[in-house]
Design a protein around this ligand. Structure first.
Ligand code: FAD
Length: 418
């Protein structure tokens, strides 16, 4: 542990605006609401942050893990930080600062490197683990940044939802040519859309999950795929033109895009033989599930695979991305459960309904320590899924809160919702 800092010296927590991908994870994680944002930056309020570190492990880029020693009176304000394009240089503290009498224990301003890893914060609660499964491969992150993006070429872009539906979701394949872009299933990349925002600043990056496995959309090729939904209305249903999703969905073959990343070091699949996956998703949340399923499919003959169980929600079959190829997968390879909420002539069903209906099989998988659970899609699905997992667990007389803690601690329950 470092020596305590004088009272007037603050180890100020800052977010690097050049690396941050504005995914909102830190703001959701912070247990004391010290993190806020505007259309430019995510920032930490020095008057509220208590240095608890809860936000650090979940950050997919590491942009959250920046610290500056400043005199408390000179701390960078929220307003200062909102205007930054890059972090300020470290400033030397006065050689013999007039630090007055007292010396404060450093507890409230811990050394980032020395601080013990926090227990998964109750509010990253979205109940997921902040560590990967024990056998996950080591991920590379931040190889390409805003300052050094990689140029990828579009080699495919086609719609994967019915042409007559409102849901316009595209499968987009990007090729990296000769340059390395190592990825793992469950990671995401950032896309820098061209142009500037209303304030004249370059658009910030948007994040997209990989839909292809680590060895490429086409095995052995240096490419990857994304599943992108064209945003034409905001979360409240009002008309909106999503900057990046429209840019991506309109790309033509041979166009180039600026890519940063890869990102993500926890939402990763286990690598040990006979690991089982329970995958729960809606809409474009199917991207990482496609990547993991394809990884399993490519090694189907090796005998290494555990069981795959998929819960996939959409309004109708025609709005379900990859419906055709998914339904062609052998039933003894993957247990597919489709929850359709607006299929004419059928009762409304959501993923949580199907998890309850298949409770016995879910319980059976949950009782195996080789099982990991992945949830991806709309933010609103988290509560329903957790409730359903709790119900099926409790039906066998098990205590969900204990199992839930185990799943988080062992990196076996992961959420990625947006
Ligand atoms: P913006 O110009 O940023 O927003 C336009 C308006 O639409 C705003 O009012 C905004 O609030 C609203 N809005 C933003 N996002 C959505 C949305 N998803 N649905 C409805 N309204 C929205 N998207 C994918 O399509 N596929 C993915 O695989 C994917 N993976 C992601 C992984 C992570 C970890 C995260 C954090 C996000 C992911 N997203 C994914 C969402 C993606 O990053 C963008 O937020 C989304 O494409 C909208 O960006 P935009 O520039 O088109 O819209």
């Amino acid at each position: 542990m470092n020596a305590p800092l004088p009272v007037q010296v603050l180890k100020q927590h800052l977010i690097d605006p050049e690396i941050c991908i504005r995914c909102n994870t830190c703001e959701e994680t912070c247990p004391v609401d010290a993190i806020t944002h505007d259309s430019n930056n995510y920032v930490v309020d020095p008057d509220i942050c208590n240095g608890c570190m809860a936000c650090v492990p979940p950050c997919p880029t590491g942009s959250i893990d920046n610290w500056r020693l400043v005199l408390r009176a000179d701390a960078y304000s929220v307003q200062d930080q909102l205007g930054w394009e890059e972090l300020p240089q470290e400033k030397a503290l006065p050689a013999t600062p007039d630090i007055g009498g007292g010396v404060e224990a450093a507890a409230a301003v811990p050394d980032a490197a020395a601080a013990p890893s926090p227990a998964p914060a109750a509010s990253f609660s979205q109940a997921g683990a902040s560590v990967p499964p024990w056998s996950a491969a080591h991920p590379y992150v931040n190889l390409y940044t805003h300052k050094t993006p990689m140029t990828a070429t579009v080699v495919g872009n086609y719609r994967v939802t019915g042409a007559d539906t409102e849901s316009d979701i595209h499968h987009i394949v990007l090729d990296f040519g000769e340059l390395p872009f190592p990825v793992l299933e469950g990671q995401s990349i950032g896309i820098l859309p061209p142009g500037v925002d209303a304030q004249g600043r370059p658009h910030h990056a948007r994040q997209y999950s990989l839909a292809s496995p680590r060895d490429g959309e086409r095995a052995g090729y240096n490419n990857l795929s994304l599943t992108v939904k064209r945003v034409t209305e905001d979360h409240q249903g009002a008309a909106a033109h999503g900057v990046c999703s429209n840019y991506l969905c309109d790309l033509a073959k041979n166009d180039t895009v600026q890519v940063i990343g890869p990102f993500g070091h926890t939402f990763l699949m286990p690598n040990h033989p006979r690991a089982n996956l329970i995958m729960i998703c809606t809409g474009t949340g199917s991207a990482p599930m496609r990547a993991m399923t394809e990884r399993y499919r490519r090694r189907i003959d090796t005998g290494e695979n555990g069981r795959l169980m998929l819960f996939f929600g959409a309004r109708t079959e025609r709005e379900l991305p990859y419906f055709g190829p998914l339904m062609k997968l052998p039933r003894d390879f993957i247990d597919i459960n489709l929850a359709l909420s607006r299929e004419p002539g059928q009762p409304k069903r959501y993923v949580q309904d199907l998890i309850r209906e298949r409770g016995a099989q879910v319980r059976d998988l949950l009782s195996d320590r080789n099982t990991c659970i992945y949830v991806c899609g709309l933010k609103g699905m988290e509560v329903g899924v957790l409730d359903a997992l709790r119900d099926v667990t409790m039906q066998s007389g098990q205590d969900w809160s204990i199992l839930h803690d185990v799943l988080r601690r062992e990196g076996r329950l992961h959420f990625e919702t947006y």
